[in-house]
Design a binder for this molecule. Structure first.
Ligand SMILES: *[C@@H]1O[C@H](CO)[C@@H](O)[C@H](O)[C@H]1NC(C)=O
Ligand SMILES: *[C@@H]1O[C@H](CO)[C@@H](O)[C@H](O)[C@H]1NC(C)=O
Ligand SMILES: *[C@@H]1O[C@H](CO)[C@@H](O)[C@H](O)[C@H]1NC(C)=O
Ligand SMILES: *[C@@H]1O[C@H](CO)[C@@H](O)[C@H](O)[C@H]1NC(C)=O
Length: 206
């Protein structure tokens, strides 16, 4: 009877070890998560437009924006969270901050460059938004800072394991520039520019 009880204790003890091991494995996985880099327009902007010289048409820093989740207007064109916020949550990352948020200098979890009203073409809402070209040049600065902090090899690892999401193109079809082209030509310009930017920026890490 005593031996049987001992065996049960041993079994229970082993089960605990297994749970602890799997928990430990889980936390190791969590630490090794991929960074999330975000580009785009108002569908993804977490408040970058709060920090640029623009008009209220391109800002969402007033109520009722933000009221359901953050409880204050963050600059998201939404009363709650946006797709990148949910992706970060499911990937066990913190909410990915706006690149222009003052004081931000740690990019190891990624960063968000999106700007409400931005298009793939520089002409779209030019002067009022951070266009894709500028978002990419901001990403170049982040690349440089990561290389400086982590060294070339580790920065390459972080950036090649990272997830990149882009939501852009819709605003280009609201641009007066569109009226100077046939629909086919204009779609060609928008998709052409977007393709070029994706190729020159991300193929190095693909
Ligand atoms: C902001 O933009 C307006 C209109 O384009 C311009 O008149 C003003 O000088 C700008 N302000 C700054 C600080 O750049
Ligand atoms: C930057 O953030 C990462 C992830 O949260 C953390 O592991 C790292 O220690 C931070 N680096 C600095 C210099 O604060
Ligand atoms: C469209 O083309 C005309 C004639 O070349 C030019 O004057 C005008 O500035 C163009 N419009 C835009 C929005 O580029
Ligand atoms: C990109 O857009 C510009 C207008 O902003 C256009 O002149 C150029 O041809 C486009 N490039 C491609 C590859 O479509």
């Amino acid at each position: 009877m005593a031996a049987l009880r001992l065996r049960i204790y041993i079994l229970v003890f082993c089960a605990c070890l297994v749970i602890q091991c799997s928990c430990y494995g889980h936390s190791v996985l969590q630490k090794k998560h991929a960074a999330l880099f975000i580009f785009g327009d108002s569908l993804y902007d977490p408040g970058n437009n709060n920090y640029i010289n623009t008009t209220t048409d391109f800002q969402a820093n007033w109520v009722p924006y933000g009221e359901t989740f953050f409880k204050y207007p963050t600059g998201r064109f939404c009363d709650g969270r946006l797709i990148p916020d949910f992706l970060a949550q499911y990937a066990k990352l913190p909410i990915i901050p706006a690149y222009l948020q003052p004081g931000l200098n740690n990019y190891t979890n990624g960063v968000n460059f999106a700007s409400g009203g931005a298009g793939a073409l520089v002409e779209s809402h030019q002067g009022f938004v951070i266009d894709l070209k500028t978002q990419i040049s901001q990403f170049r600065k982040v690349e440089k800072q990561l290389r400086h902090k982590l060294g070339d090899a580790q920065a390459y690892t972080v950036l090649s394991e990272a997830v990149y999401i882009i939501s852009i193109g819709g605003n280009d079809y609201l641009s007066p520039l569109a009226s100077n082209f046939s629909n086919e030509e204009y779609v060609g310009l928008v998709i052409g520019n977007l393709t070029i930017w994706i190729k020159v920026t991300f193929f190095f890490y693909a």
